[in-house]
Design a protein around this ligand. Structure first.
Ligand code: ZN
Length: 290
């Protein structure tokens, strides 16, 4: 299933996209987090609602929001999880090439979440180096701590696309990743969550990012340094993962910082982040306050 959050009369509701229609799932849960909380039973009921097509709207009549517009916690992200991206990042900082021995984790607050076809605000007084990062993200479906690697995939509810928009000057100035990764609207997410059963093999999915139609990033999840089972096993050590937690797996090379000359986003740019098997997440950069 392709699970969405859609807007009708300024209210947000959970649904499933089937072809050009949205099947309303609000009889099962108030939102997708509530549906995820219901576990396998919730998925079963959602499937049967999709089959019945009880309450259906044309997709063209609704606005899609991020599938989880307001996560309960920060979104966890992986830094330097593709070798070529690790090298380009270090090169941009004048450092010699090396790869992380352990996953590098940082987070983005819930206020960063942005919708599909949303506007990414750019305030030139705050950042002059706004950059893109296409990423495969996954959503945790059940609670667990110290999850063994060989059982990790049982904890994955589904997948979505994240564009980890980053203010490189802030990232550099404040040393930790957090500030440069946390501007409002800097986490476009969606356009939906593809449930795990529909993407049984995520080991070789193409990822692409285009700015105004020009391909800037093109890679595959086969190039991940730390795969999803390793990420889950490592992150869950002494740290409880819960339903609805969102984890972005990192970005491949081709970010603006790594290019020569460097390229930064500017107002009017259209950014498309694409992951095979999920779809395309499109955003437009706009002057903040415009
Ligand atoms: Zn990232």
């Amino acid at each position: 299933m392709r699970l969405v959050t859609y807007e009708v009369d300024r209210e947000l509701w959970p649904g499933a996209v089937v072809g050009e229609e949205v099947v309303d799932l609000s009889s099962l849960a108030r939102d997708l987090l509530g549906l995820i909380d219901l576990g396998p039973q919730g998925l079963e009921e959602a499937r049967s609602a999709v089959e019945r097509r009880a309450h259906v709207l044309p997709l063209s009549d609704v606005n899609l929001h991020a599938p989880i517009p307001r996560p309960r916690k920060n979104i966890v992200c992986l830094g330097m999880n593709y070798a070529e991206h690790a090298y380009e990042s270090l090169r941009a900082k004048g450092l010699p090439p090396s790869l992380p021995e352990h996953p590098v984790f940082f987070t983005k607050p819930p206020t960063t979440v942005n919708r599909p076809d949303g506007m990414i605000p750019l305030d030139p007084a705050i950042t002059k180096e706004l950059d893109w990062e296409v990423e495969l993200a996954f959503i945790i479906g059940r609670s667990g701590t110290n999850i063994p690697r060989d059982r990790a995939m049982e904890y994955v509810f589904g997948y979505t696309i994240i564009n980890d928009i980053t203010a490189r000057d802030l990232q550099r100035r404040h040393q930790q990743f957090f500030k440069g990764k946390s501007l409002d609207g800097s986490c476009p997410m969606g356009p939906w969550i593809v449930t795990a059963d529909e993407l049984p093999d995520i080991s070789n999915l193409a990822l692409r990012l285009r700015v105004n139609g020009e391909v800037m990033q093109s890679s595959s999840t086969s190039d991940l340094i730390f795969d999803i089972p390793t990420i889950i096993a490592t992150l869950s050590l002494g740290q409880t993962l819960e339903p609805g937690d969102i984890i972005a797996t990192g970005t491949p090379s081709g970010v603006g910082m790594g290019r020569n000359p460097q390229v930064w986003l500017k107002p009017g740019d259209i950014v498309e982040a694409e992951v095979e098997g999920i779809g395309v997440l499109r955003s437009t950069v706009v002057l903040a306050g415009a």
